[in-house]
Design a protein around this ligand. Structure first.
Ligand code: AGP
Length: 587
């Protein structure tokens, strides 16, 4: 939800490296940002409302500093403004925070009773004051932070500077992600890998409740008994260059263009010989799929394919509902958690509850070593690489690919290998079609409908979400057969309806539904893999016909690019849409 970065080193690069890290993490939240840095043994803070560019105008990059922390914010407590932006400082402590301190009210009451006063309306300033409050008693930073891990509830990744020890940068986390990386005579902390890729692609993951004490030469990690622990060094399989735009106007467009290779890499990870790296599904007689947003939409496709072809019952639910419902699972249930970031709080909270109930879990995750990956009993990684654009495209396609692979595994079907080898080229051909002219027909409209039947309805849900997310046009996906039961009253002359039909057993019925809205003036964009020449549509987008197990992977491409071109015509911030963040690490 927010991005934090930190630097400590002898090369005095603190401001430059932390500011670069914030730019690399801006996709995690961008309604305000700030930096705290040491200079002449003082901690200085600069923060601004709005995007990082506003902060860059206020920061003096010529200042030499060897210790800094930075933050780019997606507001949870307190509106996006300068006062509420991070870093927050109280007496001897300055911190940046990603997450939510859920017991901030009781902490605030205790602090008010101890004469603390507050400038902002954030939980973070309360957390900072509480650290200062504990420190006054403990007089030891490690002991203080260890106490904090026992008192704070909710989620936090904290970068911490203490005036009494400017030779060290401290960090502690619970639930919100935090990595620590080693450079030459300098070390770093960050919410996510892109922030450090310009310096190194090697990093360690801080586990919940662990405390890091970092100086320019050394990284010490302590557990809750304040014992030193050793950590595995991970290597990000990508470079800084692969995480920047490579000549594309937007990350989203770059990431769509990566979809052919993402499909190939994901398939190759699992399909070569005996379906390598796939957990043994044979001991389960029912599956649950839990996710949010686009990941949830892939779960619906997965349900459709697994139930139709493998005849196994599948229950799909959004994580924020699943967690509070009475769910029917037992030892024969496998609960599958789908998440690009692996840090989505709603999804993670479900995972922890299901694990407590002793149920087997599988994570379908893109970010290696992320919380969902580490908490799940089994993991299947989608090989989409680093996805920066807030609106997911290539990771969504990789998730679809994994569900296709799971279905093929369940029915032990290896007959699709020829067709599978053609998919990257078919994706590429779809990417290179003209969607600008279609976007010009609809980008000024205020309401756009997506309809489909069966599996096409689930694809229409994703097409609608993509359009909403990045172009801010109101859009809804509807089962094609359901429109006439009320919502058709919203159809007016020239209302765009994007109708999807790839299942030829349902095409006739879908065409009937299209004609119902056409008769009321709708403008029809028909997305199909069938050769239908008729006048019920205004625009037809042809997609190749492939096995139903692979069809969704092609169907989604035009929908992603229509959304992209419409947003571009509307001059929206495609990679960082308003109000959103790449990883929703609060519930
Ligand atoms: C997708 O474009 C959205 N950004 C959002 O719906 C996203 O899919 C959802 O927040 C889940 O994120 P996750 O896959 O990282 O868990």
């Amino acid at each position: 939800m927010c991005g934090i970065t930190g630097y400590i080193g002898k090369n005095n690069n603190a401001i430059k490296i932390v500011m670069h890290g914030l730019e690399a993490l801006e996709y995690r939240g961008y309604d305000s940002s700030g930096i705290a840095y040491t200079n002449d043994n003082k901690v200085n803070i600069t923060k601004e409302k709005g995007k990082i560019n506003n902060l860059k105008k206020s920061v003096d990059f010529n200042i030499k500093s060897n210790l800094a922390i930075g933050h780019t914010r997606w507001a949870t407590h307190g509106e996006p403004n300068k006062v509420n932006s991070h870093p927050h400082s109280v007496n001897k402590f300055t911190i940046v925070h990603n997450g939510i301190i859920e017991n901030y009210i009781e902490l605030k009451e205790e602090l008010l009773n101890n004469n603390y006063v507050f400038k902002s309306s954030t939980d973070t300033e309360i957390a900072c004051a509480y650290i200062d409050f504990i420190y006054k008693k403990e007089k030891d930073i490690l002991k203080t932070l260890n106490q904090v891990t026992k008192i704070f509830r909710g989620s936090y990744a904290l970068g911490i500077i203490c005036n009494d020890d400017l030779d060290n940068l401290y960090a502690v986390r619970k639930t919100s992600p935090l990595i620590i990386a080693q450079g030459k005579d300098e070390n770093y902390i960050a919410s996510d890998v892109p922030a450090i890729l310009k310096c190194t692609n090697k990093y360690i993951l801080l586990d919940d409740f662990q405390i890091a004490k970092i100086n320019s030469d050394n990284i010490e990690i302590y557990n809750q008994k304040l014992e030193l622990v050793t950590k595995e060094t991970l290597e990000f399989d990508g470079t800084y260059e692969s995480s920047i735009k490579n000549g594309f106007e937007h990350f989203m467009l770059k990431e769509i263009h990566e979809e052919p290779s993402v499909f190939r890499n994901t398939v190759n990870t699992y399909l070569n010989k005996n379906f390598k790296n796939i957990p043994n599904f044979s001991k389960y007689n029912n599956l649950h799929i839990v996710a949010c947003g686009s990941a949830y939409h892939t779960g619906l496709v997965g349900k459709y394919l697994i139930e139709k072809y493998a005849n196994i019952p599948v229950y799909v639910e959004v994580a924020s509902e699943y967690r509070y419902k009475h769910n029917f699972y037992d030892k024969q249930t496998l609960v599958i958690f789908v998440s690009q970031s692996g840090e989505t709080a709603d999804t993670l909270a479900c995972l922890k509850k299901v694990k407590e109930d002793g149920i087997d879990t599988l994570g379908i995750v893109n970010v290696v070593g992320s919380s969902v990956a580490r908490e799940s009993k089994y993991v299947m990684y989608t090989k989409a690489g680093c996805e920066i654009a807030v609106a997911t495209t290539k990771a969504y396609l990789a998730q679809l690919t994994v569900f296709s692979i799971i279905t093929m595994y369940l029915i032990n079907d290896k007959s699709l290998s020829n067709e599978i080898s053609s998919i990257p080229t078919l994706i590429d051909n779809l990417i290179n079609k003209d969607y600008k002219s279609i976007a010009k027909e609809i980008y000024k409209d205020k309401n756009i409908f997506f309809i489909g039947r069966g599996i096409d309805y689930f694809l229409s849900m994703e097409g609608s979400l993509k359009l909403k997310e990045i172009s801010y046009i109101n859009s809804v996906a509807y089962q094609a057969g359901e429109l006439k039961h009320g919502t058709i009253s919203l159809i007016e002359k020239n209302t765009p309806v994007i109708a999807i039909s790839t299942d030829n057993t349902l095409t006739e019925k879908t065409i009937s539904n299209i004609k119902e809205v056409k008769a009321r003036g709708a403008k029809i964009i028909f997305v199909t893999n069938q050769n239908i020449i008729d006048n019920f549509y205004d625009i037809k987008i042809d997609i190749p016909k492939v096995s139903e197990l692979l069809q969704p992977i092609l169907t989604i491409v035009p929908l992603q690019l229509i959304a992209y071109e419409v947003a571009k015509l509307n001059k929206c911030d495609i990679d960082k849409p308003r109000n959103l963040a790449k990883s929703v690490t609060v519930e």
